[in-house]
Design a protein around this ligand. Structure first.
Ligand code: KIV
Length: 266
């Protein structure tokens, strides 16, 4: 019997002063391998707008596309918690349409959803989402869906005042019922204080070493996406070279008449 990762598992990890891992996944087989490797949380991040679909920003992806990727990833996962990013405009228009969109992700296999930002509306939406039976992961600091308002990929919480606001936001998300919070591009001393001050797990996305969990975009980890790599991403593989060289060898084998050989025909 598989011990499925739940909101309780992640809270226990924090309470025991341990760490958990989270990675994005965008397709069935990658999700299956990440799950088998022991990843605790698999995120269908809206980063797939850029990494898998080649769009310019995360704001270009719609709810229908996120649903397809959620279904594919969820089918590959048995143990990890499956979290789906609610895409731009799918949860900010009004609460009824947000709840319909969120419920739809759960019907397609998500165990929880991630919502960016923190204001009165988001706090209310978190409460309604939890009442509907869906756990919510918060996301503050740099929030890519608001990058046009922020004015670019800018580190958040650098001044004392900005750090104070982040801490207040984290406490507000906790009060609203979020089960964890992604802190993106936040100085590590600020993330450390937030992690100490709230009882739910924090997840570092370029927020240093002292959070309870850590997340990376899988294409950065695999060395597959080469358009832009943030400072905090660590490359563990070189899939770009693997794919390119495999394709080159295949092309060469066809040209040489080596593919297919006698064992590869009917
Ligand atoms: O979209 C994404 O991949 C994300 C994570 C990197 C936190 O939101």
């Amino acid at each position: 019997m598989i011990n499925k990762v739940s909101v309780r598992t992640l809270k226990k990890i924090k309470d025991n002063n341990e760490k958990f891992s989270m990675l994005t996944a965008y397709d069935y087989s990658t999700a299956k391998y990440l799950d088998a490797a022991g990843i605790d949380v698999v995120l269908i991040g809206d980063s797939l707008a850029m990494t898998a679909l080649g769009y310019e920003s995360t704001n270009c992806i719609g709810i229908d596309e996120m649903t397809i990727f959620t279904r594919a990833v969820a089918k590959g996962v048995q143990r990890a918690m499956v979290v789906t990013d609610m895409p731009f405009m799918s949860y900010t228009v009004d609460i009824p349409s947000a709840l319909t969109n969120i419920g739809n992700m759960v019907k397609n296999g998500a165990n929880a959803v991630k919502l960016e930002g923190c204001n009165d509306y988001i706090a209310k939406l978190i409460e309604c989402t939890i009442n509907m039976g869906v756990p919510v992961m918060g996301h503050i600091g740099f929030t890519p869906q608001s990058q046009n308002v922020i004015g670019g990929h800018i580190i958040q919480g650098k001044t004392e005042e900005a750090a104070e606001i982040l801490l207040k936001q984290a406490k507000r998300l906790e009060k609203a019922g979020a089960f964890s919070i992604v802190l993106e591009m936040v100085p590590e001393n600020v993330a450390r204080v937030i992690t100490q001050e709230i009882s739910i797990p924090t997840i570092s996305c370029g927020a240093g070493r002292y959070c309870d969990g850590f997340v990376m975009v899988c294409d950065d980890l695999f060395g597959k996406f080469d358009s832009f790599t943030p400072k905090f991403a660590r490359k563990y593989g070189d899939m770009k070279t693997l794919i390119t060289e495999s394709a080159q060898r295949y092309i060469q084998d066809i040209k040489n008449g080596d593919y297919p050989n006698e064992n590869e025909v009917y």
